[in-house]
Design a protein around this ligand. Sequence first.
Ligand code: HEC
Ligand code: HEC
Ligand code: HEC
Ligand code: HEC
Ligand code: HEC
Length: 220
Amino acid sequence: MSASQEKAKEVSAKASDGGAGIVFIFFIVGLVVSLLVGWVLFPKVLYCQKEQPFDFNHALHNEMVLDGCQSCHFFRNDGTYSGAPKLNQCIECHTDVQGITKDEEIFVNEYVRNNREVPWLVYSRQPDCVFFSHAAHVLAGEMQCKTCHGHIGNSTSLPVYEYNIITGYSRNIWGHNISGIKKNTWDRMKMDDCAECHRENNVKQYSVQTKKGPCFVCHK
Ligand code: HEC
Ligand code: HEC
Ligand code: HEC
Ligand code: HEC
Ligand code: HEC
């Protein structure tokens, strides 16, 4: 091999080295961009935020009421669940503004004084086609609220409400973790999450009310 031939070989080896380096850099840049789009941008575009009408402090109120959670969230005599509280559960203490917080001022001036119900946004709201009963889980199943709702009942502030712009689902249904990893039972409440617990607890796959099979336990 002549010297010039050897040199040419060396040069071309260097060039292909550089080529691999560039391909690798493009690969990394592409990977980072698609991760950013998938994990940061997509969820931001997919979910919209809405503010609650005003903030509410659970911890503060739990100390003030006599009957704990049941003072505001209770079972009616027919077994149905009261859910988010109505105005008449608040007015005994809030006919007038007692404190100095902006939230209480909004509550009393805009809702209590006008006898208007507060349009609370419900984080756990399921689509209309889903049948859910608190009595089956809390009374018959003796489950704790936090199994499905987490720690909101002892929080000092309501979280921001987020909903999926395509389906309209509350973010709590599919959860906050885009990778789908679930650390707590309350991280999400998709069909699979209901079904997973039902399987573990051998919940019957037949609905007494509709006299129909597996799907109709949760869909009416
Ligand atoms: C047993 C009495 C009592 C009941 C029932 C009650 N509150 Fe209160 N609430 C208080 C007191 C006392 C404060 C503290 C006032 C202050 O010093 O700021 C307060 C504060 C608040 C505040 C401002 C602090 C915060 O939570 O962010 C809001 C808003 C509020 N209440 C809304 C409600 C709503 C809505 C209901 C009904 C679901 C309700 N309260 C039921 C006694 C009560
Ligand atoms: C003074 C009334 C009051 C008391 C007492 C109270 N809550 Fe609430 N709770 C509210 C209000 C008002 C909301 C706001 C409604 C909403 O965002 O759904 C709420 C919302 C919730 C939600 C969110 C439901 C959803 O998906 O949106 C859960 C869960 C909850 N409360 C659990 C509890 C638990 C557990 C306790 C007892 C440790 C408790 N609450 C005590 C008034 C009360
Ligand atoms: C097995 C899971 C589970 C348990 C346990 C549970 N919940 Fe719920 N909760 C849900 C689901 C699911 C919804 C939404 C129901 C719907 O949209 O039809 C809901 C809705 C609610 C709402 C809003 C209802 C409305 O329509 O305004 C409140 C408030 C609430 N739950 C409080 C509680 C409290 C307090 C406890 C404990 C005593 C409790 N939940 C236990 C799953 C659960
Ligand atoms: C953490 C466990 C758990 C989760 C999560 C759960 N369930 Fe259940 N569910 C149960 C258990 C246990 C029972 C049976 C209670 C009993 O009768 O003793 C039950 C019963 C029911 C029943 C009554 C069935 C019948 O006809 O007797 C319905 C309806 C239901 N669940 C719907 C749902 C839906 C919808 C979801 C999700 C939004 C859900 N459940 C999430 C444990 C769970
Ligand atoms: C343990 C309760 C449970 C059972 C059993 C169940 N589902 Fe669901 N299903 C849900 C819940 C909760 C949702 C809403 C959350 C979601 O989309 O994952 C849902 C959503 C759906 C949707 C989407 C509806 C929409 O508007 O987005 C379809 C379709 C569906 N279910 C079909 C079925 C079929 C078919 C079966 C029987 C093989 C079945 N489900 C059994 C709980 C259940």
